[in-house]
Design a protein around this ligand. Sequence first.
Ligand SMILES: [Zn+2]
Length: 106
Amino acid sequence: MSAADLLIEARDRILDPAHWLRGQYHDDSKDRFCAVGSIRESGQHFKAADYNKAIEMLYKAALEVGVCTEKHSSPICVNDHLGHEATMTMFDRSIRLAKEAEEGIA
Ligand SMILES: [Zn+2]
């Protein structure tokens, strides 16, 4: 279990756009999550260190994915303003960053 594993689990939870949403961490039934909400959900059964690392990597990845028209870039902005495809790109990049960090490359 690692930060990369957490990010993979969180991404897979919202891989299907039907299980993804904007503007809130999750819906009442926890059937749909945003990027950060999904990481928080996975964080409940991962170590705090893995959760913190996962969030750090997601923020780094968000910077690389791009900025919205309001010229800011954060995981919530990518999720809410740039959409599902950009959110998946952000997750894929964050997973790569986490794996690189775990292997001592970064
Ligand atoms: Zn924005």
